[in-house]
Design a protein around this ligand. Structure first.
Ligand SMILES: CC(C)(COP(=O)(O)OP(=O)(O)OC[C@H]1O[C@@H](n2cnc3c(N)ncnc32)[C@H](O)[C@@H]1OP(=O)(O)O)[C@@H](O)C(=O)NCCC(=O)NCCS
Length: 172
């Protein structure tokens, strides 16, 4: 950690942040290979569940989101430096099969390429962990492509370990 990390502030995500988040998503994709989230864009997550309207002339992406995104906003955070967004984490609450147990899920995390390896990702995951703890949620989960070394390194550095659940798939 260094002085950059000290200047980073973490706050809850607001709907108005979506344009800046999408811009960071684009920068990350332009800077290198996105592995875990290759087929899962921020835009897709924000539009899931019909949250995007088809207003004819939206002035911004945020303007076009009209659905109920409260569940997403409650567990999502942005990292700012001088009030500019430099990273974000999109989180949500999910239920395990035993319907009484809730867990926090990291849907996506992204840090601007110029701000990576400065402790920003750690702060974002910690913010989500704190929120989950405050709600009595005891576990955070995320799916990671095993080739995604940076994301694997981040979560292992933070004490996550491989769960019992393994995803199998078959191409049809
Ligand atoms: C994974 C990611 C979130 C990590 O964020 P970050 O702010 O760089 O992480 P941190 O600085 O908090 O890293 C903490 C520790 O995790 C490990 N780590 C993080 N990135 C690493 C990397 N690329 N290689 C090796 N270890 C890494 C290190 O142990 C690091 O500690 P250190 O820097 O003291 O060695 C960031 O690299 C990222 O945004 N990657 C792209 C993710 C993506 O594809 N998102 C979809 C598009 S939005």
């Amino acid at each position: 950690m260094n002085s950059v990390a000290n200047n980073i502030e973490i706050r809850s995500m607001k709907i108005e942040d979506t344009n800046a988040m999408l811009a960071i998503d684009k920068e990350i994709r332009a800077a290198g290979k996105v592995i875990t989230y290759a087929n899962l864009t921020t835009e897709y997550i924000l539009s899931a569940g019909g949250k995007i309207s088809h207003r004819e002339n939206p002035t911004s992406y945020a303007d076009s989101i009209t659905g109920n995104v409260a569940g997403l906003l409650d567990f999502s955070f942005v990292a700012t430096a001088d009030e500019q967004i430099k990273g974000f984490i999109l989180g949500q609450v999910a239920r395990l099969r035993q319907a009484t147990t809730e867990l926090g899920v990291i849907q996506m995390i992204g840090v601007h390429p110029d701000y990576q390896r400065k402790g920003v990702g750690t702060k974002l995951v910690n913010a989500l962990a704190d929120k989950c703890r405050s709600q009595g949620i005891k576990t955070i989960r995320l799916g990671i492509d095993h080739r995604d070394k940076s994301l694997l390194s981040l979560v292992e550095h933070m004490g996550f370990s491989v769960d019992r659940l393994i995803v199998y798939s078959k191409v049809l």
